[in-house]
Design a protein around this ligand. Structure first.
Ligand code: ATP
Length: 370
């Protein structure tokens, strides 16, 4: 499933040079983006980056100041919110407290004047989809937060929208329930074939549920890609830093042969090396982004030609399946290295004040120019 790689595929949603201003403030800055049918698309970014504004423009609560949004090739600007095949599920769920679960789900269908038999069948289908059959007669205050979330989802999907917008849908749930619900959401999305666009500031959530993730900053999209690509091949220091844990090493580049770049950095003797397809000029400032789990931590100096740094363990976070070591280099720079605490591999574990070596291969990191 990779419609974005298929030039014959037409996007379901297309933002064309969309700018949204509130007074003089530019909330969305000349943004272009395609989203395809059946995608579970995540908008990810810090507070205030414009995620909700994107959703509100899709739903029809805001109109772009300039540029155009298309749904199935049609400009949606003249289409009022209630006439769009788009539904929005809010973080607060906005359920009617005096109506039962059944009536909450049926509400929109009734208002639309759906015939009784068809309506009953549709509500029952939604109850099955969200595993709420047993709670149909209860009112919102008689069910749990997770169940309320599912009612809101069932209600949003009842009218079979082409596009469902989810604004921080799991924000109110605790961590464990949140994880379970992420898998449920993915399952429901797949079963209904509805295109989902989710807004979240939780990068793990975006990585879990999404077919593709757009990382936003100040009204712009920094990178759009599949979760693994965003993680493994971030296009900027911003994206590398926003997604997961990363070490950023700043140095001076010297391009060598075959995509090899030497990185001169005072703390690295001998210098570091990275393999990259990007071009760097001699003397250019470069940033090596290296994930903690790509760094091997050993007591002895590595025998290979890998990049190697020497330091001292100053902090250890034991996370059960993983341990993260903070290793201080001579100048005080902290490098994070992570080991998997698997049973098969009996690794030597390290403790505070241990002198260690950190090493990684030239292909393990991503070399960026900013
Ligand atoms: P959060 O994660 O905090 O919800 P967000 O990424 O969803 O943030 P938006 O709600 O899209 O951010 O807001 C983007 C920017 O636009 C913010 O700086 C916000 O203050 C501003 N903004 C949003 N709506 C309006 C408005 N109606 N009038 C003026 N400024 C607005």
């Amino acid at each position: 499933f990779a419609p974005w790689d298929d030039p014959d595929q037409k996007p379901l949603i297309r933002f064309r040079n969309v700018t949204k201003k509130f007074g003089e403030f530019v909330a969305i800055d000349n943004l272009t983006l395609d989203i395809y049918e059946r995608e579970f698309f995540a908008l990810l970014g810090p507070s205030g980056c414009g995620k909700t504004t994107m959703m509100r423009m899709l739903a029809g609560f805001e109109t772009p100041t300039s540029g155009q949004i298309e749904l199935n090739g049609q400009n949606i600007a003249p289409v009022p919110p209630n006439k769009r095949a788009v539904n929005m599920m809010f973080q607060s769920y906005a359920l009617f407290p005096h109506l039962t679960v059944w009536d909450n789900i049926a509400f929109g269908l009734k208002r639309e004047g759906m015939e009784a038999g068809k309506l009953k069948a549709r509500v029952e289908e939604m109850l099955r989809l969200t595993r709420l059959e047993r709670f149909a007669k209860r009112k919102p205050h008689q069910i749990s937060g997770g169940q309320r979330q599912r009612v809101a989802l069932a209600r949003s999907l009842a009218k079979a929208p082409t596009l469902l917008l989810l604004d921080e849908p799991l924000g109110a749930l605790d961590a464990k329930l949140r994880q379970d619900t992420q898998f449920e959401l993915m399952d429901i999305q797949e079963k209904t074939g509805t295109t989902f666009v989710i807004v979240t500031h939780d990068q793990e959530e975006a990585m879990t549920v999404a077919s593709r993730v757009a990382v936003m900053d100040e009204g712009r999209i920094m990178q759009v890609a599949t979760p693994d690509r965003i993680y493994e091949m971030p296009n900027s220091v911003y994206v590398a830093d926003f997604i997961g844990d990363v070490n950023i090493i700043e140095g001076r580049a010297t391009p060598l042969e075959e995509g090899q770049v030497r990185i001169d950095w005072a703390e690295a003797q001998p210098p570091l090396f990275a393999t990259t397809s990007a071009r760097f000029d001699a003397g250019q400032t470069c940033y090596l982004a290296i994930r903690p789990e790509k760094i091997l931590i050993t007591a002895d100096q590595p025998q290979s030609n890998d990049n190697a740094l020497r330091g001292k363990v100053v902090d250890i976070a034991y996370l059960g399946n993983l341990s993260t070591y903070h290793v201080a280099l001579a100048d005080g720079t902290i490098i994070k290295a992570q080991t998997a605490n698997t049973r098969r591999i009996a690794r030597r574990t390290f403790t505070w004040e241990d002198e260690v070596w950190l090493s990684w291969t030239a292909t393990a990191g991503v070399l960026l120019d900013r």
